[in-house]
Each structure stands twice: as structure tokens, then as C-alpha cells.
Design a protein around this ligand. Structure first.
Ligand SMILES: Nc1ncnc2c1ncn2[C@@H]1O[C@H](COP(=O)(O)OP(=O)(O)OP(=O)(O)O)[C@@H](O)[C@H]1O
Ligand SMILES: [Mg+2]
Length: 602
């Protein structure tokens, strides 16, 4: 659907483009032809004008002519008639006048032979004014264009008269018409005709007394038949706007009209020269061209459509194959993912089992030691008690025996009880991993008070060591939270610093501080030591359960994990650690002033 729309749009666009370009070529063609016609006409007029100049100057140079003027014998008829005859027949010269210095016609070499008239035309006037040969196209009284050339005649350095040659340009018009097969119509302002002082000239072209008026214009055509075929309503259009506008190749029906202004010798607008051309043939050629273009476009569109369709089908097949391949690949990837996932799950499971194994082994190892001691002490005491009772029953019990029994029993208990204590302690910390919120008491308390009392209970752990601690809480901070678990967190962190941070009785400082955060909803508690610090690897694993660097030396690796659980799950906060080897460790705890869960109302 979309495809057919696109194809139709493209075909229509190409059609419009081709049509407009055909039209442009056609119009340019007509324009070019028109310009050629005008150019041809102008060149002809120019060559006729040069011819006239040559002819009359040749006469003006003749001594007999100069003499006739000089001596005022004026016998021009005898001197010139033969020349006029040949100029008239061979060169279309229609008249040859001889003027005196006073503009009076001395001799006319063609009819009417009336002499003695005063001639008042531009060409003559200007030839007199500037004393040189002057040519010009002038409009006669009846609307006939006459090309005139006037040359002064000199004798002994001064002007003695003027010779004028004239030619009606009908033959130039006719030549142009036949050369280009066009009609030429001249349109004059009627006013201009009335005002002219030109003498009566008869025209080589036809004039009509009826139907030759269009408003204030007079028409003159070369062929009367043109009048019947030309729509005169076109003429005012060609004259409209401004009289000096040129219209080149206006097409109306099967004719093309062109019009241009004509100027007289003085550059004054005198007429419009209209060319009417029958373009029936050109129109037919254009129609054939358009038809041809149309057919070729349709053919090209059909071929294009077929090819496109073919390509589309091929592409569709390719795409379907691609989709199938892709779905197969996706299936393979999904299967791989599944097997990867199950492999991962089984790995995790194995890992869990492995760490559980480690835990069990560690815990067993830890508990095994005190329990082993206890069992050994128990059996030692059993033997000791049995032999004591036998001695008692046999009546051989001496005082020294009783004293020895007392000492042994005391020593045995001294070993047995701490060992059992140790085992019980291990079991306790193992239970701490699963600490839960419900089992703890929530309360409103002062942070400094709680931390101070916790630190008091820890003092004895550093009694014989060069370790000091400081507590800095700048403002009073009240919490609605769980003081017990919070104390446990502080205790574990403090013990860790003492046990892991400071080895070999090195001097140490533990700095504990607390401050409210900027939102006044949380408190940040820091426990910092300047001990040995941790490696990057240890820092990353520090909060993992059972991670310890003191495996087999009393460390269970549960301390930080318990802290993590208490801070995140019970106190509703976050804990993070920073540590640098040989510089110390720092634990930062951020907890809300009001712990999550039910608020303490008491
Ligand atoms: N302040 C500290 N300085 C240096 N290392 C520390 C510090 N605190 C913790 N660690 C390291 O983190 C490990 C884990 O600590 P955690 O408290 O979880 O276990 P533990 O102290 O080894 O054993 P437990 O606390 O169960 O007795 C420690 O073994 C130690 O390597
Ligand atoms: Mg610890």
C-alpha cells in the first residue's frame, strides 16, 4: 500500500517535472525565434541605411552635382535620372530629393514631381544642423515607415545644398515575413499620425479603412488576411502596461504574439512592432514530445515497479531466513544461559556447602579444644575421686591424702571450668549471627551514656596494654533504638582493634566519635584505630561470615558479620570500613535516630 503510494507520487512528480521542463523548452524556443526575427529585421534596416549613405554620398561627391548647386543651375534631372532609375530598381530607393539651404525642395527624382515644398523632417533638420550625413526611420502620414538619409553637398569647403534618399521599408518587412513565415503588424498611436508633418507617402503594405482602429491606435498589416485570423482583443493587451514594454512569445491559441517598441530617429517612441506567428506545428511537436515522455515514464515506472517487486520478494526471503537464523541463535543462547545458570547455582550450592564445611570444621575445632580438655579433666577427676573413695572405705585415708585430693580437685576445676566457659562462649557467638530484632529491647536513650557504659566494661581488656581510647561526642544525641545491640557493635569493634590492630604490645589509640548528620535524622558513629590495618583482600571480605585472620587462635570470623546484621537489620542503618595497611582501620556506622519498626512509647 505504502509502496504503491510512493511509486505513484514519484511517477506524478517526474511527470510534472518533465511537463514543466518540456514547457520551458517550448517557451524558450519561441522566445529565441522571436529575438532572431527582430534581430534579422534590425540588421536589414541597418544595411539598407548604410546602402543609402553610400549611394547619396557618391552623388554628393560628384563635381557636376556640386557645380549644379554652386551655380544654382539646378539641372539635376539631366544629371541624376539615370542614377535614380537604377537605384530605384536595384536598391529599393523610392525617392531622391535635392534641397536648397532653405529646406526648399529643388528637385524630386520621383512622383509627385512637385518642387518648391518646404521639408521639415528630422533627418534633414539634423543634417543641416551638424553638416553631416544623417539617417533615420521616420513615420509617414499614413503610417508607412520610411528610412531616410540626408547628406550635405560641399563645394569649395562650404555647404551648397542637401541630397536626400528615402526608402519605404515594406520590402524589409516582406523579406522578414517570408524568411521566418510570420506576420508583422505595426501599431501606431493615431495621435502621432495626425501630428506628423510628413508628406503623403503611399505604402507598400496594405491598410484597411475599416476595423483598423483599436482604441487610439492604428494598425497596419502586411497581409490583409491576417486581420481575419488575429484576435484583435490581444492587441490592447500587448500595448498595455507601458507602451515601451516588450512582450516576447505570448502564446494564445495556436499563435504566438510578440511586441516591441520602435523609436524614431530622435529616440521617441513611435510604434509597436507586433509579430504574429502560427505555432500549430510547434504545438503538435510539443504534444508528441509530452506523449513520448509520458510513455517512457510509464514504461520506466512499470519496469521499476517490476524490478522493485522482485528485489522486495528477494529481500523478504532474505529477511525471513535471517529471522529464522536469529531465532535459532536465540534458542541456543537461551539454552546456554540456562545451563550456565544451573552451573552457577550448583557452584553456589557447592560454595555454600564448602563454607558450611569450613564453618563446621572451624567451630568443631574451636569447641573440640575446650571440650577435649574438659573430658580429660573429667576422667582425671573420676580416677582421683574413685581412688579417694576406696582409700576412705578401707580406712587408710591419711590427712596428707585429703590435702592432696583437695589440691588436685581444685586444679582440675581451675582447668575444667574455663574450658567449659570457652565452649559455651563459642556457642553463644555462633548464635549471635542469627540475632533478631524482636528479641531485643527498644528504648529511648542518650548515646553518650550508652557508649560510656560499654567502654567502662571494656577497660579491663586493655588494662595491661599500652592502648588508650578517646570518646568524642560534641552534642547531646538522643536515640529511639536498641541500646543492647548498639553496645554489642561498639564492643566487637573495640575488641577487634585491640586483638587485630595492635600486636606485640605496640602503642595504640582507639578513637570513638559520634555526630549528627546534616539532615539531623541520623547519627554517624566512628571507631578508628591506628593499628596495623588490613590488606585490600581482607577489607573486601571483612564482613563475610567466618572470615578471620585468626583461624584456630580463637577467631570465629563472626564479629563483623554480626555487626553488619545488627546495623542493617536491627538499627536500620549502614556500616562501612576503611583500612590501610600499617596505618589503621576505621569503621563508620550511620544509623537513624529513630530505628525502624515500632516506636518506643514509654
Ligand atoms: N581493627 C581491625 N584491625 C585489623 N584487622 C581487623 C580489625 N577488625 C577486623 N579485622 C580483620 O577482620 C577479620 C574479621 O573480623 P571479625 O570480627 O569478623 O572476626 P574475628 O575478630 O577474627 O573473630 P571473632 O570476632 O568472631 O572472634 C579479622 O580476623 C581481622 O583480620
Ligand atoms: Mg572480632
Amino acid at each position: 500500500m505504502v509502496f504503491s503510494c510512493v511509486i505513484s507520487a514519484v511517477v506524478i512528480a517526474v511527470l510534472l517535472l518533465s511537463f514543466s521542463s518540456t514547457q520551458r523548452i517550448f517557451e524558450r524556443n519561441i522566445e529565441q525565434d522571436t529575438r532572431d526575427i527582430y534581430r534579422y529585421f534590425d540588421a536589414e534596416i541597418k544595411s539598407q541605411s548604410s546602402l543609402q549613405s553610400l549611394l547619396i554620398n557618391a552623388i554628393a561627391m560628384r563635381p557636376d552635382i556640386q557645380n549644379a548647386f554652386e551655380t544654382k543651375t539646378h539641372n539635376f534631372a539631366g544629371l541624376i535620372d539615370d542614377f535614380y532609375l537604377s537605384a530605384n530598381q536595384s536598391h529599393n530607393i523610392t525617392h531622391l530629393y535635392f534641397h536648397g539651404l532653405d529646406k526648399v525642395v529643388i528637385y524630386r527624382a520621383h512622383g509627385p514631381t512637385r518642387n518648391g515644398d518646404v521639408i521639415n523632417r528630422y533627418t534633414l533638420a539634423d543634417a543641416m544642423r551638424f553638416n553631416r550625413t544623417t539617417s533615420g526611420l521616420e513615420l509617414g502620414k499614413y503610417g508607412v515607415f520610411t528610412l531616410r538619409t540626408v547628406a550635405p553637398v560641399f563645394s569649395n569647403g562650404s555647404v551648397v545644398g542637401y541630397i536626400e534618399a528615402g526608402m519605404e521599408i515594406g520590402h524589409v518587412i516582406k523579406k522578414t515575413q517570408s524568411q521566418f513565415d510570420v506576420e508583422i503588424i505595426d501599431v501606431f498611436q493615431t495621435q502621432r499620425l495626425v501630428n506628423t508633418t510628413s508628406e503623403t507617402i503611399f505604402s507598400l503594405t496594405e491598410r484597411h479603412s475599416d476595423g483598423n482602429q483599436v482604441e487610439n491606435y492604428t494598425l497596419q498589416y502586411s497581409t490583409p488576411a491576417v486581420l481575419d485570423s488575429v484576435d484583435l482583443s490581444e492587441i490592447p493587451y500587448l500595448l498595455s502596461h507601458d507602451n515601451t514594454d516588450s512582450v516576447i512569445g505570448l502564446v494564445s491559441g495556436n499563435r504566438a504574439f510578440s511586441s516591441r517598441p520602435l523609436y524614431d530617429y530622435h529616440g521617441d517612441f513611435i510604434a509597436k512592432q507586433i509579430i504574429v506567428r502560427d505555432i500549430t506545428e510547434k504545438l503538435a511537436t510539443r504534444r508528441t514530445d509530452i506523449l513520448l515522455i509520458l510513455c517512457s515514464i510509464l514504461l520506466a515506472a512499470a519496469v521499476g515497479f517490476w524490478v522493485f517487486n522482485h528485489v522486495l520478494l528477494h529481500l523478504e526471503a532474505l529477511f525471513a531466513a535471517y529471522l529464522e537464523k536469529q531465532s535459532k541463535q536465540r534458542q541456543i543462547i537461551e539454552n546456554n544461559m540456562k545451563s550456565l545458570q544451573s552451573a552457577q547455582e550448583s557452584l553456589v550450592q557447592q560454595e555454600k556447602l564448602a563454607s558450611l564445611g569450613n564453618i563446621v570444621a572451624g567451630v568443631a575445632h574451636e569447641i573440640n579444644t575446650p571440650l577435649g580438655i574438659s573430658v580429660m579433666m573429667g576422667s582425671t577427676m573420676q580416677q582421683s575421686v574413685t581412688s579417694f573413695i576406696q582409700q576412705l572405705k578401707s580406712g587408710q585415708l591419711r590427712r596428707s591424702d585429703v590435702e592432696a585430693f583437695e589440691t588436685d580437685t581444685q586444679e582440675a576445676f581451675n582447668v575444667l571450668l574455663p574450658a567449659l566457659d570457652r565452649a559455651a562462649g563459642l556457642i553463644q557467638s555462633f548464635k549471635g549471627v542469627a540475632v533478631n530484632q524482636a528479641s531485643e529491647n527498644r528504648a529511648k536513650f542518650d548515646l553518650e551514656e550508652v557508649i560510656t557504659s560499654v567502654l567502662d566494661t571494656l577497660k579491663h581488656t586493655i588494662k595491661n596494654k599500652p592502648i588508650e581510647y578517646t570518646l568524642e561526642i560534641t552534642e547531646q544525641i538522643s536515640l529511639d533504638s536498641y541500646p543492647g545491640p548498639l553496645g554489642q557493635v561498639i564492643t566487637n569493634l573495640f575488641e577487634n582493634s585491640v586483638i587485630h590492630g595492635f600486636k606485640d604490645d605496640q602503642n595504640g589509640l582507639i578513637e570513638i566519635s559520634a555526630a549528627m548528620t546534616s539532615d539531623h535524622n541520623h547519627v554517624e558513629i566512628k571507631v578508628k584505630d591506628n593499628g596495623v590495618g588490613m590488606t585490600q583482600e581482607a577489607l573486601e571480605k571483612a564482613f563475610d561470615p567466618f572470615f578471620t585472620t585468626r583461624f584456630g587462635q580463637g577467631g570465629s570470623g563472626l564479629g563483623l558479620n554480626i555487626i553488619f546484621n545488627i546495623v542493617e537489620r536491627v538499627l536500620g542503618g549502614k556500616v562501612r570500613a576503611k583500612s590501610e595497611l600499617n596505618k589503621g582501620s576505621q569503621f563508620i556506622i550511620n544509623i537513624p535516630l529513630v530505628a525502624p519498626g515500632e516506636v518506643e512509647h514509654v
